[in-house]
Structures are given as C-alpha cells and as structure tokens.
Design a protein around this ligand. Structure first.
Ligand code: PHE
Length: 461
C-alpha cells in the first residue's frame, strides 16, 4: 500500500473500522446490500418478468455468480486496504490495467445513484403523503393516480431529489455515517417486523393464493435470454457487487473476520427481506386487481392498498416509508463511498470537496432521471428514458461486466494461494473446501456464465 493511500484513508472507513464485533461488520455490509433493491426493485422486476421463474433464475444467479464475486471483492478489499483503483493497482502485476475495473465502478456508481436518488425521492415524498393520508386506498385507480401525480410533476420530482442529495451529502460532510450505521442497525428489525405484519395482512386477503402461485410456482416458458440477464443484473445490484462497493467495504473487514460466513449471512438475510416484500405485495396485487407488470410504480401503488386493510394503517405506512428511506440511505451512502473515496485518494481532493463534487455531478445527471416521467418523457436513447437507461446500463452491463473482470482477476492473476489465504484467514479457518469450490467457480464458471448471459441477453449473438 502506498503512503498516500494510507494517509488518505477516508473517515467513514476509519469510523467503520471501529466496529469491534463481527456483528458490526455484518451489519455494515448488510446495510449496503439491503435497500430499495429489496423493497422496490425485486418486486417490480419479479412482477414484470413472470414471477416464480424469474425468482428461480435470480436465486441461481445469486448462488453461482453473486456469492463467488462477493467473496472475491471482499477478499481483494481486505488485502488491498484502499479504494478499488489503488487496491487493484497494488495487487496486479505492474503495467496491467486491472484498475480500470475501479474506474468502471465509479461510473456505475454515478449511473445507479442518479436513478436511485429519484426512487428515494419518491419514498421521501410518500412519507409526507402518508402523513396527510391522501394515498391510503385499495383502489388501484386512486393509488395509481397519486403516484402518477408525483412522478409526472417536474418540480416535485426535482425538489425531492435535490432534497435527498443534500440530505445524504450533509450526512457525509458532517461525518456522521457512523451514527447512520448505528441507527440503521437498530431500526432495521422494525422494518423486518413491519414487513412480517404486511405479509400476514396480505396473506389473509381473498386471492392471496393467486399471489403465492405467481411468486412460487414457476412457469418455465417465461424464461427468455433477457429475463435471465435481468435476473443476473438484479443479483449484482442486490449484493452491491461488480462496481467496487464491496471491495471498499472489504477494506475495513477485520483480519479475523470469516469472509465466506459473512457473505453467506448477508446473502441469506438480503434474500429473506426481498421474499418478505414479495409476499407482502403479490397477494394484494391479485386481490385488488393491480397489474403485476406495472413496473417501477408497483410498490408505490400496492403498499398503500395493503395498509388500507389494517387499523392504524396510515400511521404504520408513515413508519414503513420512513424505514424504507433509512434502508435506502444506507445503500446510498455505500454507493457514494466509491466515487468519494476515489476522488479523494486518487485526485487528492479533500474529502468534503470530493463529496461536494459528487453531489454536484449527481444533481446534474440525476435531474435527467427525475424528469424522465415528465419533461424528458419523450427524450429517448436506445428507446429508453434516462431513468431506464441508467438502470439498464448499470445493472445489465457495468455490474456484470465488472463481475467478469473481478472473477478473472482472482481466478487467473491473483491466484488460489492468496484467495484461499483470504477465505481461510491464512489457514486459521476450516474454509479450505469452500475456498477451492469458490475459486473454481471464479476461474471457470462465473466469468463464462456471465459473459454468455450478457451476450445472449443483449442479443449480441
Ligand atoms: N444493494 C443496494 C440495494 O439493493 C443497491 C446498491 C447497488 C448499493 C450497488 C451499492 C452498490 O438497494
């Protein structure tokens, strides 16, 4: 590690390195993974891509590709102990440009943040709407109209998004990310309980069975190449991998942390939360006559309908969206960490300046996402609005592409000795078999699988 890197360790990394328990590391990693990906993206993609068959492919992608790449990223980060660019530069043989993975990751972070911040904006707006009680209804027309009124209003879309960006920027500038992590850790169990409550309500609805069949009974005819690519992209997005976030987080994993075990736990918890969101939503979708294929609006129009069925539904809905906002904040902070640390350590900007520059760039790029349902609705590139394009390119190209190169780097350049050393803590843990299996996946299976899925899914061959 060069001196500049060690001097310039970002303060959130230092703050998080202060976690003394294995649980702290687990919570921080989970804080990045769990976010709107579970509550918003997973349900709507599952709904739009055929239900159970999509879920099945998503789980397979998580196991065959997601887990190995996540272990690879965390291992590289823990050994490199720096931002992704510096880590890859330090670990690769001189002159080989593996550090470009870090550059692509930074680009990916900007693209994701520019639409993610808009979805967080909707969540924030829904907190206020829920307080006013104006959206609680089981009538698809009513909840749909409320959502459309929000996203098609350019001023509201922009202002809420800028509010979100300022809020997140403020947290970063004040250096209170440690506080946020602590708050997240305490509040996430409440979100979990609320989701359980919603599941119970949803399961008691008339056509709950139809929702469950949709979610769990696969119809294999719905699996196409582009569905597989979407499912794999979701696996990357969900686990925050393929773009350096987990590498950055790995840099503050403790040396005695069990990487495979932590990764497995994060994956299991993350998957459970997504499943709960699915079980809360699909029975209601079928009972009240929503369209499972509604797209990004699905959660925003369905959740109010479920809450409309319970006493104190309005107050509980406020709590739900506040907690969703907090979960999303954790994920956003981890996304921002990538460009902020890179600008800080590589370009020598102070951390506050790096943060301000990141926020500034996001205000500009993000505005195009914010206006994608109003002013810019007809402005399409490759047939997609900026919002959809940023989502598509990040999840279906940048993250899996990053995954290929991370897998290849570990499998063919870094080598088994070093990777195995990271997974077994230099032989202290009984993870040899796991290390061998994961290494095999990284060397041969994951890169080939990702490549084929990408080429087929993008219709390139
Ligand atoms: N995993 C986060 C979510 O599901 C999103 C994310 C993607 C965060 C990539 C960091 C990096 O909401």
């Amino acid at each position: 590690m060069n001196e500049k890197t060690s001097l310039a360790r970002p303060n959130t990394v230092l703050a998080r390195a202060g976690f003394t328990s294995g649980f702290g590391v687990l919570a921080a990693t989970l804080g990045s993974a769990v976010g709107l990906g579970n509550i918003w993206k997973f349900p709507y993609l599952t709904g739009a891509n055929g239900g159970a068959s999509f879920l099945l492919v998503y789980v397979l992608a998580t196991l065959l590709v997601g887990l190995p790449v996540m272990m690879a990223e965390i291992s590289l980060g823990r050994v490199g102990k720096a931002n992704p660019i510096s880590t890859l530069q330090a670990l690769a043989p001189k002159g080989q440009p593996w550090w470009l993975i870090g550059v692509a990751g930074m680009l990916g972070a900007f693209l994701i943040l520019s639409f993610y911040s808009e979805v967080v904006a909707w969540v924030f707006a829904y907190v206020v709407k829920a307080m006013r009680g104006s959206i609680l209804s089981s009538d698809p027309q009513v909840t749909g109209a409320a959502f459309n009124a929000l996203i098609s209003d350019p001023m509201q879309s922009l202002l809420w998004q800028w509010g979100v960006l300022l809020f997140i920027g403020g947290i970063l500038l004040m250096g209170v990310t440690k506080g946020i992590e602590a708050v997240t850790k305490k509040l996430m169990p409440i979100l979990f309980l609320l989701l359980l409550l919603l599941c119970a309500v949803s399961l008691s609805l008339d056509k709950a069975w139809e929702g469950l069949v949709f979610l769990f009974h696969p119809d294999f005819s719905k699996i196409t190449a582009s569905v597989v690519l979407t499912a794999m992209g979701l696996a990357f997005f969900k686990l925050s991998i393929g773009m350096g976030t987990m590498m950055t987080y790995g840099s503050y994993f403790r040396d005695d942390q069990n990487i495979p075990l932590t990764t497995l736990r994060v994956m299991a918890a993350d998957l459970s939360i997504s499943m709960l969101a699915g079980i809360a939503i699909f029975p209601a979708v079928f009972t009240f006559g929503f369209a499972p294929t509604a797209g990004p609006s699905l959660v925003f129009i369905t959740i109010p309908a479920v809450f409309s069925q319970i006493p104190m539904g309005q107050s509980l809905m406020v709590v739900f969206f506040v907690l969703a906002a907090i979960a999303a904040t954790g994920a956003m902070l981890s996304l921002m960490e990538v460009p902020v640390v890179i600008l800080h350590e590589r370009l020598g900007l102070t951390r506050p300046k790096a943060t301000l520059l990141t926020i500034f760039l996001l205000v500009i790029l993000g505005s195009t996402s914010a206006l994608s349902n109003s002013t810019l609705a007809d402005f399409k590139l490759f047939g997609m609005t900026p919002f959809d394009l940023f989502d598509f390119v990040s999840s279906n190209i940048i993250l899996p592409g990053g995954g290929i190169f991370i897998a290849l780097f570990v499998g063919w350049v870094w080598g088994f000795d070093k990777f195995g050393g990271a997974l077994t803590n230099k032989g202290h843990l009984q993870n040899q078999k796991v290390a061998q299996a994961v290494f095999f996946l990284l060397r041969y299976v994951s890169p080939a699988l990702i490549l084929v899925v990408m080429l087929k899914g993008l219709n390139l061959f």
